[in-house]
Design a protein around this ligand. Sequence first.
Ligand SMILES: *Cc1c(COP(=O)(O)O)cnc(C)c1O
Length: 342
Amino acid sequence: MKTVDLRSDTFTLPDDGMRKAIQAAEVGNSAFGEDPSVNRLEETIADYFGMEGGIFLPSATMAGQIAFKVWTRPGDYIIIEEYGHGYYFETGAMGLISGAMPRLLPGERGILDPDDIRDNIEHIEHHYGRAALAVLENTSNYGGGTIYPQAVLDRIFKISKSEKLPIHVDGARIWNAIVETGVDPRRVAPPNGSMSVCFSKGLGAPIGAVLLGSKDFITEARRVQGMLGGVMRQVGFMAAAAQYGFEHNMHRLEQDHTNARLIAEGLADNAAIELNPVHVKTNILYFRVRDGAKRAARLIGDLETCGVKAWNLGDLVRLVTCLNVDQQDCEYAVEKLNEMLR
Ligand SMILES: *Cc1c(COP(=O)(O)O)cnc(C)c1O
């Protein structure tokens, strides 16, 4: 039986080329800055985004939480979208590691409004916590793979400067945004702040993230990295996989976006669900099952029996395309979904 796994772009497996890159990697003790593959990756990615430095880390979760810790003191608040990964999907780490509080803002499919950010920077310090950081997720995971329009980003970066509020860009899927819009990568990196990028999503590496920022930020972030046990040794094997993903798998993300749109258009006329293909911008799509969460859960089970894997969060079903699935796989998934959603 055919298997079409649309659960997540974290299910990718390394191909032969990536395995060869892992095998051939030069390594050393990265805790002492002596792993050439790690150093190369950190320099390549920092340069790509026009940032001063980067740190290779086991996960984007750790990268984001280190950033929160560097930018905040206990009791400070972090402006973040109400379903932002760093708040909603990271087991309360923000509260534990940083002692920071979230100031949750509603997003338009995950995208924050610049004025809303500005209006939530409180100045009367004996009533409010200190606004220490704002987080932007680009692309937005729970927002359905949505991209920050450049004009919105530019306005937020301007507010960040005038209000002296650092910005952290959670760019776990920034690659998808860059490929889709063709924007200069330096324009999506915050001039005053930090950014995390992930290699184990659409780029197909087994693990890894890079946290980017200024020289001073990176010095402080390395201290927190040590605190969390995130300092690794001969991890150049994994840095080489990430480098390979960056060099070979970025441009093919376009195909993932085409496939996601193909699925959306194939389901658009199905009356059992709510889905507007116009909202599908990259490789993630959500649809709402009109009959509710139980029906959605049953659908996931039924799909599994014909090899199609997906996730539901209540009455929402999430489908994600990545290098594991090709166009025919997506056509098969559409056919099965339409059969089962009659
Ligand atoms: C997956 C994801 C992360 C965490 O990435 P890991 O490397 O799996 O820890 C962070 N932010 C967003 C938006 C994500 O989608």
